[in-house]
Design a binder for this molecule. Structure first.
Ligand code: ADP
Length: 424
């Protein structure tokens, strides 16, 4: 163990306590020196040093007690809390495990669990905890699917997408869950209400892909699904949640910290849904609009450049306008009186429209579609993204940042509302 400086601190945690931190001024380094501890369901290796950069927020939790040293603790916001909801979350895990075991014995589908609540109540964190606990079950080889419907942050791919990932091993503290072979659908906006029709369409398509994947693998099938949602829960947001629950054949709904939402769901949903109200952790931090925007940028940067431990080397190259077809989904809705005969407003919202390349594409992410024809654009999932870094009207070309070298893996691209200024 390294010697402690004046800003460093040691903490002795008793059972069921957590050390919360918000890194505001200088990166911290955490080391467990005795006992067992975890961060959001990921066990920390004793004597290993974990770095957390400015902006990180989290908590080291212990079921049995532990000692921790933290470098730069005094330069940041840190405190020990004796009040955590981890016992409630563990009970949920135990019930899910029972349902998974029953599903396995009867060769049936395991529990499909959706986590709902307003913004900043710890929905994503609870997803992480439950997934990590599932795959940490000794000798059971659980393979649950993580479904992320939160287009505002994008935990599976970049913001503006919904996606699914089969989880086979616990996340790492540094890089989260392994991102191998995710199923990603491009929605292209940061909130579901930008185009609800398209959002629901993407959720339906995602269900078809996930259903297929589960039917092919009995372990995944019996392990079930954990679904993360957006914090949009009022009015149309509530209707959207109900529609998602139906599309994804949800069994259990965990409501974080909102009695009103809990009661609305109980009232509106058929009795077959198991709706449970859970407390949020007092440690969950409210994030400002600016913090969210920065987190989105960081997510996109990570998509192209990787992380500190696993850096990627993206490529930059030019593509001629003529080499690709760029589409946008959703034509502006016209007033009823101007609608072409037999066309409804809903059809306009999911209409695939060819876009003339031009300066307005600058900094936008373009999704690379698996579609081979225009009619498949809405139905197909996507290969990945490129970011437009320059538009040259004279040479009729675009410069793009792309994870792979030339040529592009496909010629059909979809314009998104998501923007990223590449400063690397
Ligand atoms: P939501 O998905 O509901 O918007 P998150 O799960 O993303 O909320 O949590 C919001 C923030 O709070 C995240 O930065 C997360 O790391 C942090 N957080 C969650 N639980 C705790 C906790 N117990 N202590 C400290 N920070 C926490």
């Amino acid at each position: 163990m390294a010697t402690l400086g004046p800003d460093d601190q040691t903490f002795e945690l008793k059972q069921d306590q957590e050390l919360r931190f918000e890194v505001e001024n200088a990166q911290i380094e955490i080391e467990v020196t005795s006992g067992l501890a975890e961060i959001f369901g990921v066990e920390l290796v004793k004597s290993k040093k974990y770095l957390f950069p400015i902006g990180a927020k989290g908590a080291v939790y212990t079921w049995h007690g532990c000692s921790i040293t933290m470098k730069n603790a005094r330069k940041n916001m840190t405190y020990v809390s004796k009040e955590t909801p981890m016992n409630y979350y563990m009970n949920v895990h135990i019930i899910l495990e029972k349902q998974r075991s029953e599903a396995e014995q009867q060769s049936k589908r395991g529990p499909i669990t959706m986590i709902v609540g307003p913004q900043d109540v710890g929905k994503s964190t609870l997803c992480h905890i439950l997934l990590n606990y599932a795959v940490r079950m000794p000798g059971l080889n659980r393979k649950p699917i993580f479904v992320d419907l939160d287009v505002g942050q994008g935990h599976v791919s970049v913001p503006g997408t919904i996606g699914a990932l089969v989880i086979e091993r616990p996340a790492t503290i540094e890089d989260g869950f392994s991102q191998l072979a995710p199923i990603v659908y491009n929605y292209g906006h940061l909130t579901p209400n930008a185009n609800l029709e398209l959002y629901q369409h993407c959720v339906e398509r995602l269900w078809k892909s996930v259903d297929e994947r589960m039917n092919k693998d009995s372990k995944t099938n019996s392990s079930g699904m954990i679904i993360n949602t957006c914090g949009w829960i009022k009015g149309d947001g509530f209707k959207c949640l109900m529609a998602c629950a139906k599309s994804l054949r949800v069994d259990n709904i965990l409501v974080l910290d909102q009695e009103r939402l809990y009661n609305e769901l109980i009232r509106e949903l058929p009795k077959s849904y198991d709706v449970v109200l859970l407390p949020k952790s007092g440690g969950v931090v409210d994030r400002s609009r600016q913090f969210r925007a920065e987190a989105r940028d960081k997510r996109i940067k990570e998509y192209f450049y990787g992380s500190r431990l696993k850096p990627f080397n993206p490529h930059s190259f030019d593509i001629k306008f003529g080499e690709v077809q760029i589409y946008k989904i959703g034509a502006p809705v016209l007033p009823d009186s101007c609608m072409p005969l037999g066309v409804t407003a809903t059809e306009f919202l999911t209409k695939v429209v060819l876009v003339q390349p031009g300066p307005s594409l600058l900094h936008h992410l373009l999704a690379l579609s698996f579609a081979t024809t225009e009619s498949e654009i809405l139905e197909q999932n996507i290969v990945g993204f490129v970011c437009v870094t320059h538009v040259d009207m004279l040479r009729q070309s675009l410069s793009v940042l792309c994870l792979q070298a030339r040529p592009l893996p496909c010629s059909k691209l979809i314009l998104t509302d998501i923007q990223y200024m590449d400063s690397n």
